[in-house]
Design a protein around this ligand. Structure first.
Ligand code: ADP
Ligand code: MG
Length: 377
């Protein structure tokens, strides 16, 4: 479920470019990234190895800087802080969890969890052990508090690393493949912890390779070759390869319709595939003798126009912006749509199924309508 929209994003990246240079030349790891994460959102970040996921997280945490562009976290431009202020800011505001957790091996779990509080001077000196123990209890490790990391399982070490990331009660948690090193049961424990934290209002950005985990987040951001895929494209066509998602992203055109506006008229030629980015539309079969029938409501991630583009022809229904709010559509040309289907037989198959189901649905509505005067193409 999406949290209620809030005017102030927790994280905002604007046109972030990151270029790494060395003797061999330069490499653009991020190529103009725009991203907003709202407070309380639990977002997964996916992409192939080398696509720029860790570089992106490093921009958010201020561990590294963009070559150009801006990074605002909780409204703070972290580039404009001095190094010591930034470290202090990070300690209080960001909890970081890595794949290969970095618990100090000579300290107990409890001592490890106390470290960040000591570092930023959070909470009174005497309060810290009790608070650390409460955090370990929250991740199911109270009984292990006085053990060294090597004396507990890998999954428990990762849970302790999460407790440590929570030590200063930061509003933002950033995790880079936090379950990459864990078996599925230990991974499930970690993801439940994150779900609980997001429910309490923490913003969580998590890089993962595991599709069973992305399903449990509010949003999935796909990065390919240092660029973000449009999230509506990724949602509408999850079976496309990331480079093809990116290609579609670059060809999209955005259009906005006011509530109730007609987007397509039944019987008119259809010139594009439309993806719904925001708001909902109503699919309406025009009444001939009786009133119009709304046969479906399509919302973000849904698309329309595919039937006509695939079969060639005129719109078999009218599409209107729903009365309850404006609609943002992304349109894709017939050529771009064809290329997309050719690049992904799985996507073509799943689209063919959607088309068949929608045609069945329309015919069923037609049959149910009294006074109809003929079949529909
Ligand atoms: P991911 O986390 O998605 O696997 P990264 O963000 O680590 O990818 O890296 C993205 C690209 O940037 C890779 O090609 C990587 O080799 C390159 N890269 C990352 N860090 C550096 C660096 N410090 N110097 C040079 N190249 C780097
Ligand atoms: Mg990485």
């Amino acid at each position: 479920m999406m949290p209620a929209a809030s005017p102030a994003p927790m994280i905002e990246l604007r046109q972030v470019v990151k270029t790494f240079s060395n003797a061999a030349g330069s490499f653009e790891a991020l190529r103009g990234v725009d991203l907003q994460l709202m407070p309380g959102e639990f977002v997964s970040i996916v992409g192939r190895s080398g696509s720029g996921k860790s570089t992106l997280l490093n921009m958010i945490t201020g561990i590294d800087f963009p070559t150009s562009g801006r990074v605002l976290v909780g409204g703070v431009d972290i580039l404009h802080l001095s190094e010591s202020r930034r470290a202090q800011w990070r300690g209080s505001n960001v909890g970081i969890v890595f794949q290969f957790f970095q618990l100090l091996p000579t300290l107990t779990l409890l001592e490890n969890v106390m470290l960040p509080m000591d570092y930023v001077g959070a909470y009174g000196f005497d309060e810290r052990p009790g608070r650390a123990l409460a955090l370990l209890e929250r991740v199911g490790l109270a009984a292990q508090a006085h053990k060294l990391p090597a004396a507990v399982s890998i999954g428990q070490q990762q849970s302790a690393a999460i407790a440590r990331a929570l030590a200063t009660d930061p509003p933002l948690i950033v995790a880079d493949e936090p379950t990459g090193n864990l078996d599925s049961r230990a991974a499930a424990v970690i993801i439940e912890l994150f779900e609980g934290l997001a429910a309490q209002g923490k913003t969580i950005a998590m890089v993962t390779h595991d599709p069973t985990l992305t399903e449990r987040t509010n949003r999935t951001v796909v990065i390919s070759d240092g660029m973000l895929v449009n999230e509506t494209v990724a949602r509408a066509f999850p079976l496309l390869g990331h480079p093809h998602m990116l290609q579609a992203t670059r060809l999209l055109e955005r259009r906005t319709f006011q509530p109730g506006a007609t987007i397509l008229r039944q019987g008119e030629a259809v010139g594009s595939l439309f993806l719904i980015e925001r708001g909902c539309v109503e699919v309406v079969l025009l009444g001939r003798r009786r009133s119009d029938v709304t046969v479906a409501r399509l919302c973000p991630g849904d698309y329309f126009g595919e039937i006509e583009l695939l079969r060639g022809g005129r719109s078999i229904a009218s599409i209107r912006a729903a009365p309850d709010g404006p609609v943002d559509l992304l349109s894709l040309s017939p050529e771009a749509f064809r290329q997309l289907l050719e690049s992904s037989p799985l996507t073509a198959d799943s689209l063919a199924e959607t088309v068949a189901a929608r045609l069945r649905e329309n015919r069923a509505h037609d049959r149910r309508r009294p006074g109809r005067d003929g079949g529909r193409a």
